[in-house]
Design a protein around this ligand. Sequence first.
Ligand code: DP6
Length: 349
Amino acid sequence: WVRMVTAQTPTNIAVIKYWGKRDEALILPVNDSISVTLDPAHLCTTTTVAVSPSFDQDRMWLNGKEISLAGGRFQSCLREIRSRACDVEDEEKGIKIAKKDWENLHLHIASYNNFPTAAGLASSAAGFACLVFALAKLMNAKEDQSQLSAIARQGSGSACRSLYGGFVKWIMGKDEDGRDSLAVQLADEKHWDDLVIIIAVVSSRQKETSSTSGMRETVETSLLLKHRAKEIVPKRIVQMEEAIKNRDFASFAQLTCTDSNQFHAVCLDTSPPIFYMNDTSHRIISVVEKWNRSEGVPQVAYTFDAGPNAVMIARDRKAASLLLQRLLFHFPPNADTDLNSYIIGDKSI
Ligand code: DP6
């Protein structure tokens, strides 16, 4: 017999960034962060996990190519879910797995991203969130979403925020064992459904400095990060929660843009400096800033993760269509820039 479970998880984009760990093994951050979960139709991971007595080892395929499972992060997630596995009984298929059997059964895992892997579009976030969710279903683990988020966190920090739709906060927590470092939903997907997200895929190439090694170097060398984590982010988190609660787009946009810019400033403050944005990214910022200023009230927020791609959040459909017109005017297809496509989607699931 084979027992299979398939799950689909969207990626999330941070509007208050996570950058820097206080514990590398457990993936505990130096500050809280807030994100918005995207529409799964646009950027998501689909993962199928299968178990069978005929499998003789754990194996995984990512976008059709077999990958190694030797990494500590995958093993941590698997260990955590296995330790919570329960009896499974599927009468229809004649499958009966006792809690104790899980230790000796092997898994086959196939995962697909519908967007470029490791191009700064948070693929690890959707990937680990989906894996943990699918494994929990397969093994009948009875954890709630927040407990699952603390497990997904051990795969990739930002993954913990993809277990929920809408607006999500990753609470950094205080406990040394990380049990209180988990995600909570601030507002569901219906709360602010005017927002429209446009992603400009400036480059789909693999980024040069991974988030993991980049943030390690920042923690070791940047004084600005210490100031950010201690003095700036705690206040911004409170303001951002307020802006989301009140659907206050002006504050939301101001906080989102400022926080993205400070994250990239912290990367520049790292020794040696890390450059995630490129000329096209900087030009996109100028176009949006100029437009927002000329309108008097912000129409669009922008944010950039560990790569040059721009994620823009428009206040409504009208602003989104005007933004797209402006982008196509300044960055026409086949122009001499490295911008190759736009992904447009609703905010969240
Ligand atoms: C810039 O979650 O990819 O996207 O925990 O080492 O796997 P690891 O890092 P990762 O870092 C994401 C950083 C970011 C900001 C964010 O998503 O908050």
